[in-house]
Design a protein around this ligand. Structure first.
Ligand code: FES
Length: 104
């Protein structure tokens, strides 16, 4: 089990649990926080946009070109922006901290 600390768009922090190999988006969209994930993880909608706390950024592979291209056109893009559908959970992510990006 992997515990993830999620700060929602209201600033409330919740602890949720995922399994190794889960896409982070799949965990987040189970809750009523506005992670619509309307493209189903095809890296084309950006409704799964999150910010990964700086100390956890290096634990994920760097952005692929398609993720980068989608993110950089978002109003709320930041250096720690990621599409949660592109992030696979591993045991090492236990304690991960992320914040949901504002709706575009
Ligand atoms: S679910 Fe659409 S880009 Fe992530």
């Amino acid at each position: 089990m992997i515990s993830i600390n999620v700060t929602d768009r209201e600033g409330q922090t919740h602890t949720v649990e995922g399994q190794p190999n889960d896409k982070l988006m799949e965990v987040l969209r189970e809750f009523d926080w506005g992670v619509a994930a309307i493209c189903g993880g095809m890296c084309s909608c950006a409704t799964c946009h999150i910010f990964v706390e700086d100390e956890w950024l290096e634990t994920f592979p760097q952005r692929e070109m398609d993720e980068e291209e989608l993110l950089e056109f978002l109003d709320h893009f930041k250096p720690n922006s990621r599409l949660s559908c592109q992030l696979e959970l591993r045991e090492k992510h236990d304690g991960l901290k992320v914040t949901l990006a504002p709706e575009e």
